[in-house]
Design a binder for this molecule. Structure first.
Ligand code: AR6
Length: 174
């Protein structure tokens, strides 16, 4: 199966996909940004399940149910905090996408929607983050044929512009 990659500008909590990917923190107990929005929309049972997971290391991913969300599951991944680029940030961000996709496939998810991990409070430069997000997903779907559609969900103009320009580059090469 060829996986479709799609850029969408919407609130990720509105998407009826198999899994949405949350930009969480190591506690997995909720926070601000997209994490807070997802927890509010999913309802308190999400935090109850997260509590049983004992947190998540940076660069890794864990899955829960979606509860009151239209999405069946939430994959929680913890992105790097930008500290100038020499602290393993790129490897950690790459790992977030790979680990989330591995968890998705292991749980038979065919449609997965990513938030722009680390592009908000964690301060990752959006052009570099967009490049890592798209390249990592592209490489993964070329090796793994289980996924139908991967959505890159953007919620701010500066992030949309960054993703669009990387996607234009990638598809120009095809
Ligand atoms: N739908 C889709 N994307 C959204 C939404 C939404 N409803 N709301 C915000 N975004 P951030 P991070 C975008 O800060 O940088 C939390 O407190 C937003 O525009 O949510 O990985 C966690 O608990 C931005 O482009 O995540 C952590 O402590 C992107 O989501 C920390 O923030 C990511 O921004 C994680 O920081």
């Amino acid at each position: 199966m060829t996986t479709e990659l799609k850029l969408v500008w919407t609130d990720i909590t509105t998407l009826a996909v198999d899994a949405i990917v949350n930009a969480a923190n190591e506690t997995l107990m909720g926070g601000g940004g997209v994490d807070g929005v997802i927890h509010r929309a999913a309802g308190p049972k999400l935090a109850q399940e997260c509590f049983t997971l004992w947190g998540c290391r940076r660069g890794m991913a864990k899955i829960t149910q979606g509860y009151q969300l239209p999405a069946k599951h939430v994959i929680h991944t913890v992105g790097p905090i930008w500290m100038g680029g020499n602290h393993g940030e790129a490897d950690l961000l790459t790992s977030c996408y790979n680990e989330s996709l591995k968890v998705a496939v292991a749980n038979h998810c065919k449609t997965v929607a990513f938030s722009a991990i680390s592009c908000g409070v964690y301060g990752y430069p959006v052009d570099e983050a967009a490049h890592i997000a798209i390249k990592t997903v592209w490489d993964f779907v070329n090796q793994n044929k289980e996924l139908e559609t991967v959505y890159f969900v953007v919620f701010e103009e500066r992030v949309r512009v960054a993703y669009q320009s990387v996607l234009d580059e990638v598809f120009a090469l095809c």
